[in-house]
Each structure stands twice: as structure tokens, then as C-alpha cells.
Design a protein around this ligand. Structure first.
Ligand SMILES: NC(=O)c1ccc[n+]([C@@H]2O[C@H](COP(=O)([O-])OP(=O)(O)OC[C@H]3O[C@@H](n4cnc5c(N)ncnc54)[C@H](OP(=O)(O)O)[C@@H]3O)[C@@H](O)[C@H]2O)c1
Length: 246
């Protein structure tokens, strides 16, 4: 999974096609969507219009727990809308309320993977205890947990818990969760001649956390992808970690 992806929540009504096409043009090769975002068809259009080979782009979508009774229908709808024969990653969008339902849905995702319609499967918004229940009941751990994350939510135990289990952490709402005017971020940004948003996104990469920033603006989309020309020193990473304690 490329460590930098493009988020698409709230992009609809033509904006999703244009924004995803812009993201692919500036270099993103990882797109995050969900059936709930109601934009899979527009994203499929952007993927087709980009002219890129399917294998070049990592595509994630998600299934709502309320769709648990019709997993195969939902999967085929997502595949059709996205114009692809397989997903790179399919996530349970959030945990079903009942443990038995959570286990059953997880088993159905594993079955879709066995059918080779999905390369890998994971979850979103799960606690480590909820993940352990899936792993213990099925013998298969999720590849990814996509969670609300950012400097103010930093918790070394949460990251360590995922690392111990071999589960990749993917951060959502990283920019939204952060005061981009924070003086500590501004200082670090000035030192590297980048923006505070780039510092926040780069901080995730320093922790091996995948980022999926969303933007409807091409200049921001490009800047959010431009994270590999600088790196943060350990003391800079530590000072951003400390934003969670303030
Ligand atoms: N699994 C889940 O439950 C879940 C929940 C939420 C989100 N997600 C996924 O995660 C993705 C990212 O999360 P998100 O969309 O909530 O929030 P986000 O990417 O952290 O923030 C998006 C907001 O930040 C603005 N922005 C983008 N780049 C910026 C920059 N360089 N400087 C200043 N502002 C900037 C955007 O405005 P403009 O568009 O106007 O640029 C938009 O208002 C979503 O799109 C979705 O794919 C998953």
C-alpha cells in the first residue's frame, strides 16, 4: 500500500472525478473511497480517464456494516462502479454493534479475498480488542486499520499495538484533526521551507503511518503529495508527538 493516498470523502457531483484525476496527474497512486461516499462511479471514471494501467493504482473501498446481509452484491456494485475486476483493499467501514455480526462480516470479507476479487482485507475504526476478536475467531488478522489520527490523537501504545500485531495503521482526517496554525508546526515548517500541512503529513510517514489527505484543490493536492523531499529530525517528531499532551 503506497504510504501516501488520496482521500475522497465529501467529493461528489463531478468534484470526485475532477479531484481524483488531478490527484492521479500529480502522482498519487492510491485512492481511498467507500460505498458511503457515493462517489465510486466518479472515481471509476477518473481512473479510466487517467489512462493509467489498473495495476498502477492501489484502490481501497469500504463496506458499511449495515450492508452485512448482502456482501457479495455490495462488492460487485463497488467493482462495477470503480470499473475494476478487483480491489486492492476492502475495509469494514466501522465495527458492527454485535460481536457475532462483526465475526460473520469479517469471514465474508475473507471469502471475497479467497475468490481473488479483493487483494487484501482490513477494518476501520476498530479498537485493538475488536481486532483481536476477529483474529482469534478467524485465524486471520486485518491487514490494515484505518483510524482517526493526527498529532493531537498521538498515542504510542496504539501505534505499538498495531505494530505488534503486524497491522498497518492508516490515518484519516489528519489535517482536519490538526490546528495548522499551531506555533510548533509553524516553526518546523519554516525550518524546512514547507507548509504546516506538509509537516503534519510527513510526521505520519516518520511513524510509518499511511496518510490519505483529501482536497478539492489541485495546488493543495499536489503539496500534500510532495512529502519526500524533506524529513523530520527525531526531536521535531517528538515535539509533534507532544501536541497530544497539551
Ligand atoms: N474510515 C473512516 O471512517 C473515515 C472517516 C473520515 C475520512 N476517511 C477518509 O480519510 C480521508 C481524509 O480525511 P478527511 O477528508 O476527513 O480530512 P483531511 O484530509 O484531514 O482534511 C480535509 C480538509 O482539509 C482541507 N485541506 C486539504 N489539504 C489542505 C492543505 N494542504 N492545507 C489546508 N487545508 C487542507 C480540505 O479542504 P479543500 O478540499 O477545500 O482543500 C478539507 O476541508 C477522507 O477523504 C476519506 O477518504 C475515512
Amino acid at each position: 500500500m503506497p504510504l501516501i493516498g488520496f482521500g475522497t470523502w465529501k467529493l461528489r457531483h463531478g468534484q470526485a472525478r475532477a479531484s481524483v484525476l488531478a490527484a492521479l496527474e500529480v502522482g498519487y497512486r492510491h485512492i481511498d473511497t467507500a460505498t458511503m461516499y457515493a462517489n465510486e462511479a466518479e472515481i471509476g471514471q477518473a481512473l479510466a480517464d487517467s489512462g493509467l494501467d489498473r495495476a498502477e493504482v492501489f484502490v481501497t473501498t469500504k463496506i458499511r456494516p449495515s450492508d452485512a446481509g448482502r456482501v457479495q452484491d455490495i462488492l460487485h456494485q463497488s467493482l462495477r462502479a470503480l470499473g475494476t475486476e478487483y480491489l486492492d483493499l476492502w475495509l469494514v467501514h466501522w465495527p458492527p454493534a454485535r460481536r457475532a455480526d462483526s465475526r460473520q462480516l469479517w469471514n465474508e470479507l475473507l471469502a471475497a479475498q479467497a475468490q481473488q476479487l479483493v487483494r487484501d482485507v482490513g477494518v476501520s475504526n476498530y479498537s485493538l480488542a475488536e481486532i483481536d476478536d476477529l483474529t482469534n475467531s478467524s485465524g486471520r488478522a486485518p491487514a490494515v486499520n484505518q483510524i482517526d489520527w493526527g498529532p493531537t490523537l498521538y498515542d504510542a501504545h496504539v501505534l505499538g499495538g498495531h505494530a505488534d500485531r503486524g497491522i498497518a495503521v492508516e490515518a484519516y482526517s489528519s489535517l482536519k484533526n490538526t490546528d495548522l496554525k499551531d506555533p510548533a508546526l509553524a516553526k518546523i515548517a519554516a525550518a524546512h521551507d514547507v507548509t504546516p500541512a506538509q509537516v503534519v503529513l510527513r510526521w505520519h510517514l516518520e511513524h510509518d503511518v499511511t496518510v490519505i489527505p483529501k482536497s478539492a484543490h489541485r495546488d493543495r493536492t499536489a503539496a500534500n503529495f510532495d512529502l519526500l523531499g524533506f524529513s523530520l529530525a527525531p526531536d521535531e517528531v517528538a515535539s509533534i508527538d507532544e501536541m497530544a499532551d497539551r
